[in-house]
Design a protein around this ligand. Structure first.
Ligand code: UAG
Ligand code: ATP
Length: 517
């Protein structure tokens, strides 16, 4: 998400389709005159409607989208697709706007958007990645590898939507189906051969990836998160498992390091191949980390057919090797020969991946190492602290907060893991949204105190000041991990997104402290 409204990548030369044809194809009830109307796109938010769009009005938590029919019409919508309740609302709000009625407009949207954008004729290989942590990373690694192979590539992630070199900042992790199909249509215009999609559990639950079948689905891991949206880990798992069905994907690659991954293999309804980083776990693909430095992680991948590849990623931590290996295995499952990948990575001396805000180093060659990370789950904290510890002789200083209005049950555990794994913790504010920021900090601190009562702990509400405090405590040979903000460029307080880039601020704070950055 961004401080300013995210823009979207859409086809530049859409071929209009008849609205009458759409109504007939989907058996939609029509209210109003649509005889000569043509449609070129679809949008689920009135503010995102462009001329020629079908506006899709769905009920939400706060409002019914059909209530915004007038704004959609003003922006150029040719008609509204909505349910019967929405039809009555639309008639009141924008009597001139034709209405197409369907029982559940959100459920219809994927197929409708695919029809409008002709994405059922898609020729790019589609890769979907799900799991709690690592989705964005794997999607960027797939994109990086495809480009390395000389193939046109695209991606959608929490950080960006990207087609070739063209990128826009993301709103949701997984776009609504209207945006996703428009992206794929744009990708087809520029001959993208492979496209990576980060698929959240919410996307599967909310029809966002409807209207397409992925060629390869990948699974990273499943750990505590989103227990505000799902009532239990079981329910959260079941939402993710949905990706491994023939309606959603043709084949899969499952990381079996976790119990959830092993269970998924048994319950998948599509053929899957397995991957592990653990020596004592059975799997088709095996990943062995060879070397970890502050600049790169080197690893070996053993394929099921006996071939192997040794390479590196300019990313920190064993899990980036796991993420890169998953990307490689998914490409192989998608039809790319492993030897071709091996030649490309050997030629370039590794995989040239850049993942915005994922354990991203902002410090220079003197002073403390400073990494900005997007980790906001207990497991991401744990794994990243583990990855960083061996990189420095000195202390690990961890700076973090926790999202307001999101899963509150993970906070104590996040505090505990930080206090156990770091030498100094600095607790700050991170998107308090509508919650009392002091209460969020108190939950984190309670978790930290319970786990490591003697740990040096600083509570500094303002993130800018907190970062300066962390830097003032650090010297050469120490590392600062600032977990949470990652690539983001805002700090959300009470519904207002204030401009704030942790990466820029950290570089400035380092320079102010006399270190290069
Ligand atoms: C809880 C949830 O899923 N909310 C989603 C929902 O919003 P809502 O129900 O609150 O919508 P609402 O405000 O009642 O409005 C209803 C409808 O009217 C439309 N509207 C509203 C106002 C207006 O002026 N014009 C207009 O058209 C809205 O676009 C919406 O379609 O419909 C919106 C429109 O698509 C989504 O943006 C919004 O996602 C919110 C931002 C969200 O945070 N979702 C989270 C749960 C989420 O999906 N997260 C996952 C996982 C992240 C991860 O990887 O960790 C993700 O994929 O991002
Ligand atoms: N394979 C992994 N296992 C555990 N932790 C990981 C893994 N990969 C990345 N991480 C950690 O999780 C954080 C988020 O990584 P990434 O953005 O790739 O995951 P994600 O699944 O896309 O998360 P989100 O959906 O919240 O964007 C990283 O910044 C890092 O701290």
């Amino acid at each position: 998400m961004t401080g300013s409204p995210p823009s979207a990548l859409r086809p530049q030369h859409p071929s209009p389709r008849s609205l009458r044809g759409l109504a007939e194809a989907f058996g939609l009830e029509v209210r109003g005159e649509i005889a000569d109307l043509e449609v070129t796109g679809a949008a689920l938010a009135s503010g995102q409607v462009q001329g020629g769009d079908l506006y899709v009005g769905v009920p939400g938590r706060h409002a019914h989208g059909a209530d915004f029919a007038a704004a959609a019409a003003e922006n150029g919508a040719v008609a509204i697709l909505t349910d019967s309740d929405g039809a009555a609302r639309a008639a009141a709000a924008a009597p001139e706007l034709p209405v197409l009625v369907t029982p559940d407009a959100r459920a219809a949207l994927g197929a409708v958007a695919a029809w409008i954008h002709r994405t059922d004729e898609q020729s790019a290989t589609l890769y979907a990645v799900t799991g709690t942590n690592g989705k964005t990373s794997v999607v960027y690694l797939i994109y990086g590898l495809l480009r390395q192979l000389g193939l046109g590539a695209g991606l959608t992630s929490t950080a960006e939507r990207r087609i070739g070199d063209e990128a826009v900042t993301s709103g949701l992790t997984t776009p609504e189906a209207s945006e996703l199909h428009a992206l794929l249509a744009r990708a087809a215009e520029v001959d993208v051969r492979g496209f990576g999609v980060e698929v959240s559990a919410q996307a599967l639950t909310r029809h966002r990836v409807d209207g397409l079948v992925f060629d390869v689905a990948g699974f990273t891991n499943l750990t505590h998160d989103h227990l505000d949206d799902y009532s239990s880990m079981e329910e959260y798992y079941e939402a993710k498992r949905e990706l491994f069905t023939p309606e959603r994907a043709r084949r899969g690659v499952v990381t079996v390091d976790s119990e959830w991954g092993r269970r998924l293999v048994g319950e998948s309804r599509i053929p899957v191949t397995t991957l592990t980083t653990l020596p004592d776990v059975e799997a088709d693909w095996r990943v062995t980390v060879i070397d970890e430095t502050a600049a790169a992680t080197t690893f070996r991948v053993d394929a099921p057919d006996g071939r192997a590849l040794t390479t590196s990623v300019p990313l920190i931590g064993w899990y980036m090797a796991a993420n890169a290996a998953l990307a490689i295995a998914m490409l192989v499952e998608g039809g790319i020969d492993l030897d071709r990948i091996a030649q490309a990575v050997e030629r370039d001396d590794g995989i040239p991946a850049y993942i915005p805000g994922r354990v991203e180093r902002v410090s220079g060659d003197r002073g403390p190492l400073v990494f900005i990370d997007y980790g906001h789950t207990p497991d991401a904290f744990l794994q990243t602290l583990r990855a960083l510890r061996p990189l420095v002789p000195g202390r690990v200083i961890m700076l973090f907060g926790a999202d307001g209005d999101r899963d509150t049950t993970k906070r104590a555990e996040m505090g505990a893991i930080a206090a156990r794994g770091a030498d100094i913790v600095v607790v700050t504010d991170f998107h308090p949204r509508t919650e009392d920021p002091a209460a969020i900090r108190a939950q984190l601190i309670a978790g930290a105190r319970a786990a490591a009562p003697d740990r040096e702990l600083h509570e500094v509400p303002d993130p800018r000041e907190a970062l300066r405090r962390a830097i003032s405590l650090a010297g050469q040979g120490d590392v600062i991990l600032y977990a949470g903000p990652g690539h983001e460029d805002y700090h959300e307080v009470n519904g207002v997104k204030l401009p704030y880039s942790a990466r820029d601020d950290a570089r400035q704070a380092l320079r102010d402290a006399g270190w290069p950055a």
